[in-house]
Ligand binder design. Structure first.
Ligand SMILES: NC(=O)c1ccc[n+]([C@@H]2O[C@H](COP(=O)([O-])OP(=O)(O)OC[C@H]3O[C@@H](n4cnc5c(N)ncnc54)[C@H](O)[C@@H]3O)[C@@H](O)[C@H]2O)c1
Ligand SMILES: O=C(O)C(=O)C[C@@H](O)[C@H](O)[C@H](O)COP(=O)(O)O
Ligand SMILES: [Zn+2]
Length: 369
């Protein structure tokens, strides 16, 4: 068992990582259940894992009620939030209860936000079931739904009370989803950890093939990095946590063009976005061109998109920049960008001219075609 503490004062919690943990989750959840029925929220693709969890809770003497939602990014929406909060209220969830989010980043973000606002805040537990959720979204307390204007625009910071990670549940995850999650793994190397990027280059194939040792290392290392960054800047106010947004300003714009649908998964948008951030940094002379090419080559080698075209998007630079104006990092009319001086040397640049970004994206789209 790997235990990663997330040190946030009275909001501190543990992340437990262990193969087979789902079948033993009941023992960890029973103290949070307080003898009451636990609500579990999952999506339709998680029914076998839901059954394992409910059996484990039952073995620990905890009754549970499942709420099963439609899978996919579309569930991070007002209608699903309304449906979910109504169901939780019907179940009589109290402020002292802990709702269990069993699923990927969609279920985690949605349940996190629902519990942040239900009765002005009740508890929740993350049991992430995608690689992306195990290495990133289940930790750190960013919760949200999407708005017509863009990604994650309605949300709250709300930390879980516990995160239980069972890497074995990834055995049922489709390869495309594993790849998308891998984008957030390699992100940690690109931000500030060149040695981890080298580990990724050497071990990506094994990780994507489900090798248990590669999985265990990637998850523990990623969660450790995320916990460190979140503890340093919980609410993204000092610029430290903003580093986790590498590739996301570009990526969210691409996701918006895809209509927040399965056409482009979040991790795929982030992969293309990171390649664009490195490409733009190289074009501005901030980063060696060979580093930008090395990042793009690695993403291509694992089957992730490294250009706007490879992401399946046809929008022009101005259209993409228009989406970026909704980015939550906007500050007094300027948009700070995560750029790079090299692999593992990401920084926040507050002097980027959006007209320049639009021109870069125009050129990039032409070059890739
Ligand atoms: N809060 C954060 O810090 C944070 C970080 C990164 C991403 N996110 C958000 O996470 C979301 C993406 O999450 P995701 O990539 O996990 O997608 P997801 O939650 O949509 O899950 C991907 C697909 O895999 C299925 N699935 C999940 N677990 C499975 C399993 N074990 N076996 C078989 N199928 C399974 C789901 O039903 C879904 O169809 C995006 O909305 C993104 O914005 C949030
Ligand atoms: O935890 C963070 O901080 C992140 O930025 C992690 C990202 O991978 C994640 O996609 C996050 O939801 C993006 O944040 P947002 O503030 O741009 O919505
Ligand atoms: Zn992300």
């Amino acid at each position: 068992m790997t235990l990663v503490p997330v040190a946030l004062g009275d909001r501190s919690y543990d992340v437990l990582v262990e193969a087979g943990l789902l079948a033993r989750a009941g023992a960890h959840l029973a103290p949070l259940a307080r003898g009451r029925t636990m609500a579990i929220v999952a999506d339709e693709n998680l029914l076998p894992h839901l059954a394992t969890l409910q059996a484990s809770l039952s073995d620990s003497g905890v009754a549970s009620e499942a709420i099963v939602l439609a899978p996919g990014e579309g569930s991070k929406s007002w209608p699903t939030l309304e449906l979910l909060t109504d169901r939780l209220l019907d179940l009589g969830v109290e402020r002292g209860d802990h709702v269990v989010a069993l699923g990927g980043g969609v279920i985690g973000d949605l349940v996190g936000f629902a519990t942040a606002i239900l009765k002005r805040g009740c508890g929740f537990v993350q049991i992430p079931t995608t690689l992306l959720a195990q290495v990133d979204s289940s930790v750190g307390g960013k919760t949200a739904i999407n708005a017509r204007a863009g990604k994650n625009l309605i949300g709250a910071f709300h930390q879980p009370a516990l995160v239980l990670i069972d890497p074995d549940v990834l055995d049922t995850l489709p390869l495309r989803q594993v790849r998308a999650g891998y984008a957030e793994v390699v992100k940690y190397g690109l931000i500030d950890d060149f040695a981890f990027f080298e580990w990724c280059e050497a071990n990506a194939a094994a990780l994507l093939a489900g090798d248990p040792a590669a999985r265990a290392y990637a998850i523990a290392h990623s969660v450790g990095t995320k916990a460190r960054i979140v503890a340093a800047d919980e609410r993204e106010t000092t610029g430290v946590r903003a580093l986790l947004n590498l590739g996301h300003t570009f990526g969210h714009a691409l996701e918006a063009e895809a209509g927040f649908s399965d056409r482009l998964l979040h991790g795929e948008g982030v992969a293309a976005g990171m390649a664009l951030a490195f490409g733009y940094s190289a074009a501005k002379g901030l980063c060696p061109g060979q580093d930008a090419e090395r990042v793009a080559a690695h993403l291509r080698s694992v089957g992730l998109p490294d250009t706007i075209a490879a992401a399946g998007i046809e929008a022009d630079g101005d259209t993409l920049v228009a989406h970026m104006l909704h980015d939550k990092k906007m500050d007094a009319g300027t948009l700070p960008f995560l750029l790079a001086r090299g692999i593992g040397r990401t920084f926040l640049d507050k002097s980027v001219d959006l007209r320049d970004v639009a021109a870069f994206l125009r050129d990039e789209a032409v070059a890739a075609n």
